[in-house]
Design a protein. Structure first.
Length: 154
């Protein structure tokens, strides 16, 4: 009976390995749709270099078309999980399409940005775990929040 269980586990392990290999042929779509770069948030709002760095490090990977996929984005099924986060992030806020938003929508998005950064909800902890430079200090959070608030008042 012990040998039979070992054989079953070997077949299960082999099946898992084969499945993992087969899954590597199903890659995510990392192409970028055409968009007007002049309508990008950074292009339209002209933030300081410090704010640009914070936005690019902490926000743009998931909330723009400037996503820089890490090496592990080539590994399925991790790539599926990453792509889901990117798609969801862009659905909620896409800085690359900022200029296409109505005034009301952009003001609401700025308010949400303030709330998410102040509340520590953004960037996601799962993102900062792999991207240490995206983890915002209290001072960096305050810098971003002040920038978002200034834009709302203009």
């Amino acid at each position: 009976m012990g040998n039979k269980k070992k054989r079953i586990w070997r077949w299960v392990a082999l099946a898992v390995v084969v499945l993992f290999i087969v899954l590597q042929f199903f890659k995510i779509d990392t192409s970028v749709p055409k968009f007007d770069a002049d309508k990008d948030f950074i292009a339209m709002t002209a933030p300081s270099d410090a704010v640009v760095t914070l936005l690019k490090n902490a926000c743009y990977d998931c909330h723009s078309y400037a996503t820089e996929y890490p090496w592990y984005a080539e590994v399925t099924p991790i790539s599926w999980w990453l792509q889901h986060h990117v798609e969801e992030g862009r659905e909620h806020l896409n800085f690359s399409l900022w200029g296409t938003y109505s005034i009301e929508k952009s003001m609401h998005k700025l308010e949400e940005c303030t709330e998410e950064v102040e509340g520590g909800e953004m960037p996601l902890k799962s993102y900062t775990f792999a991207h240490g430079d995206a983890k915002l200090s209290a001072k960096e959070k305050a810098t971003l929040v002040a920038f978002f608030d200034r834009l709302r008042k203009e």
